[in-house]
Ligand binder design. Structure first.
Ligand SMILES: *Cc1c(COP(=O)(O)O)cnc(C)c1O
Length: 383
C-alpha cells in the first residue's frame, strides 16, 4: 500500500446494523443517519453511499460546511439536516438548496427571516427546544414569540420538526433528568400543536435514548454511533441484552484499520527501545516498526499499552507512540516479515481488536477515537 495505513468499511456491517435498527424502531420511525465529523471518522464520502444502499434517505450533520460536503456526495432524493453551526452565507445556501436545519434561539430565527425571506424559498426548520440539557435550544420564555414568527410567515417557514436533545441517555444515573426532559418535550409539543403548529417530525433521541427508551422515538431518531456498530456505553449494551435470551451483540463493527510491518530489528537484553527510557528490553527482543503514530489517530497514551494483530497473534505496543511510528513486540512471532499486515482495529484470524478495548486502554470514548481518525487516511469499501 502507498499510504501508511488504510481504513476499511464493511458494507455488510452497515446493512446489518441499519436492518437491526429498523426492526427495533418499526416502520413509522424515520432514521436520520448522523454523519457529522466525517461520519464519525469512517469517511463521509465512503459511508454515505453505503448507508443509502441500506435504505437511509435522511442524514444529519453538525455544520453548514458539512452539509455542503454531503450535498456533493448524496443521492438527489436524500435529505440533509444541519443540527448546529451555520453562518449567514450558509443560511442562504441551506434554504436555497432545501436543506433542513435546527433553529435553537430567537437570534437564529430572526436571522432566517431577515436574510432569507427575500429569496422566495421555503425554510425547512426544526425548532429545537430547551428541555433541561442547557446547551442549545429555545428557552420556554421565547417560544411564544417564535411560534408567532413562524405562524405569521406561513409560505416561508415549513415546520419540519420539533426537537430537543437529551442530556446523557447512555447512563442510568441520568434517568430522572431524561424523564423530566421527555415530559417537558411532550408538553411543549402539545403547546405548539394547540396553536396550529404541527410538525412533520418530533425527535429527541440519539442512539442511547432510541435503544433504551421506546417512548423517546416519536417518529424520528437521530442515529449516530449505533449504525457504525458501537454501543454508546457498556450500560446501554447491558440494558439491551439483559432483556434478551440471545446475549449476542447484534451489531457489526463497520471499521477496520490496517497497516503493515515497515521494518524488523533485534534488540539485545538491557537496551531501551525508542525514545527515552520507558521501555527496557528485559530479554532479547524482536521488534516491528509500524508506520502509524499519533498524527494518524493512534493515541499517544497507548504507549507501552496498545495491542495490534500480526500473523494472527495479539502483540503489545512497546515504548512511546511517536508522531508517525509505533513499535510492536514480535519476539514470539518466528515468521513475521516486512510487509505483513498489521491490524490496529478489526480482526485477523480469530482475534479482534475493538475500538472499545482500545479506548479503555487510552481512556478515550469510542466517539473520540473514531472521530480523530484523520481525513487523509484512505478509506475502502469491503464486503
Ligand atoms: C451527535 C448527535 C446525535 C447522534 O448521537 P449518537 O449518540 O452518536 O447516536 C444526535 N443528535 C444530536 C443533536 C447530535 O449532536
Amino acid at each position: 500500500m502507498a499510504d501508511t495505513s488504510v481504513i476499511e468499511l464493511s458494507e455488510n456491517a452497515v446493512k446489518n446494523n441499519i436492518l437491526f435498527l429498523k426492526k427495533q424502531f418499526g416502520e413509522h420511525v424515520l432514521i436520520s443517519s448522523v454523519v457529522k465529523s466525517n461520519a464519525y471518522g469512517h469517511g463521509m464520502a465512503t459511508f454515505v453511499p453505503i448507508a443509502e444502499k441500506a435504505g437511509i434517505r435522511h442524514f444529519s450533520v453538525f455544520s453548514g460546511n458539512e452539509a455542503r460536503e454531503l450535498m456533493k456526495i448524496k443521492r438527489a432524493e436524500s435529505t440533509i439536516m444541519v443540527m448546529g453551526w451555520m453562518d449567514d452565507q450558509d443560511l442562504v445556501w441551506l434554504v436555497e438548496n432545501g436543506v433542513e436545519f435546527f433553529i435553537f434561539d430567537l437570534i437564529r430565527l430572526d436571522k432566517v427571516v431577515s436574510l432569507v425571506r427575500s429569496t422566495g424559498r421555503t425554510a425547512l426548520v426544526h425548532l429545537e427546544m430547551e428541555t433541561g440539557m442547557n446547551r442549545t435550544g429555545m428557552k420556554p420564555g421565547d417560544l411564544k414569540k417564535a411560534a408567532g414568527i413562524i405562524s405569521n410567515n406561513p409560505g416561508f417557514f415549513k415546520l419540519k420538526g420539533l426537537c430537543t436533545h437529551l442530556a446523557g441517555a447512555e447512563s442510568i444515573a441520568n434517568h430522572v433528568r431524561i424523564q423530566k426532559q421527555l415530559s417537558r418535550f411532550g408538553r411543549l409539543c402539545r403547546w405548539f400543536e394547540e396553536r396550529g403548529l404541527v410538525p412533520d417530525y418530533r425527535h429527541v433521541a440519539s442512539s442511547a435514548a432510541a435503544i433504551t427508551y421506546p417512548a423517546a422515538r416519536f417518529n424520528m431518531v437521530r442515529m449516530g454511533i449505533l449504525q457504525y456498530g458501537y454501543w454508546p456505553s457498556s450500560e446501554t449494551f447491558i440494558h439491551f441484552v439483559s432483556k434478551k435470551r440471545d446475549r449476542h451483540d447484534p451489531l457489526n463493527r463497520v471499521i477496520s484499520w490496517k497497516s503493515s510491518v515497515m521494518s524488523l530489528k533485534k534488540v539485545k537484553r538491557g537496551e531501551f527501545v525508542n525514545y527515552g527510557t520507558i521501555f527496557l528490553a528485559q530479554e532479547d527482543k524482536k521488534i516491528a516498526v509500524i508506520p502509524v503514530g499519533y498524527s494518524h489517530g493512534y493515541n499517544r497514551s497507548l504507549s507501552n499499552q496498545g495491542r495490534v494483530l500480526i500473523n494472527g497473534q495479539r502483540v503489545g505496543v512497546i515504548g512511546l507512540v511517536n508522531m508517525n511510528m509505533l513499535i510492536a513486540d514480535v519476539t514470539k512471532l518466528p515468521d513475521v516479515k516486512v510487509g505483513d499486515e498489521v491490524v490496529l482495529i478489526g480482526s485477523q484470524g480469530d482475534l479482534t481488536i475493538s475500538v472499545a478495548s482500545f479506548s479503555e486502554l487510552s481512556n478515550q470514548l469510542n466517539y473520540e477515537l473514531l472521530t480523530r481518525l484523520p481525513e487523509g487516511t484512505p478509506r475502502q469499501v469491503v464486503n
